[in-house]
Design a protein around this ligand. Structure first.
Ligand code: CA
Length: 239
């Protein structure tokens, strides 16, 4: 059970799914506000951003992917995508856009609850790490990563922000530089999914992190070790 009421926005045009999702998540102590259109949700998000948004990709008034992309311009809340389309490319696209997770309809309410709990917990862990003083910042290459706001700042002032899932992955690499970490080690203990191989979501997130810290050049900070996992090559200092 959740200890505090987290605010969740559900953006879904199907009234039956809205009712079901609200009911089950409220049963777990979440405060859920439901929206039937992207436009209504967008206004509410601008006024009062939630802790997590659950977004249906097939909305009547806009493409859910467009909405997610917009949401990600300057937000710090979690995003879980709901989709009726089970294609792998959609899932990868959702993760590439920065969604924390992706769930395909029809889904078991308990599965949705598990995913929501995971995203919320990951974000809380980051807040706790950030609050624990000396390890709130990591420096490597030309970057400083601030766990408090999930933002990378380069020495030239350029900034990049990470999703909570990406931040967790980067932190795992930064805590064990110059060691090969397997995808299992990077994934952490709290995800158990049989519908989407974990290694693929790790790979998508690694490629997003690389784009931010290495641009389009050949990876030198995060190296792929074939058959083994990933290796962070730079020195890291915390504090
Ligand atoms: Ca829909």
């Amino acid at each position: 059970m959740m200890v505090s009421r987290k605010s969740l926005y559900l953006i879904e045009d199907d009234a039956d799914i809205r009712r079901l999702v609200c009911e089950v998540l409220e049963g777990y102590g979440y405060a859920v506000t439901a929206f039937g259109s992207g436009r209504d949700a967008r206004q509410a998000i601008q006024r009062d951003p939630p802790d997590l948004c659950i977004v249906d990709l097939g909305l009547p008034d806009m493409d859910g992917l467009t909405l997610v992309r917009e949401l990600w311009e300057d937000v710090r809340f979690g995003v879980i995508i709901l989709s009726g389309r089970a294609g792998v490319s959609d899932r990868v696209l959702g993760l590439e856009l920065g969604a924390d997770d992706y769930i395909v309809k029809p889904f078991e309410p308990r599965e949705l609850v598990a995913r929501v709990n995971t995203v919320i917990r990951r974000r809380e862990q980051l807040v706790v790490s950030a609050a624990s003083g000396p390890s709130a910042r990591a420096r490597f290459a030309e970057w400083t990563f601030d766990l408090g706001n999930l933002t990378l700042t380069a020495t030239d002032g350029r900034q990049e922000s990470l999703t909570a899932a990406e931040a967790n992955l980067l932190v795992a690499l930064l805590r064990a530089p110059k060691r090969v970490l397997s995808r299992e080690q990077l994934q952490g203990p709290d995800t158990d999914r049989d519908d989407f191989p974990y290694d693929r979501s790790i790979d998508v997130r690694i490629s997003r992190i690389r784009k931010k810290i290495e641009g389009d050049s050949k990876p030198r900070l995060i190296k792929t070790v074939y058959g083994a996992g990933y290796l962070f090559t730079a020195d890291v200092s915390w504090g």
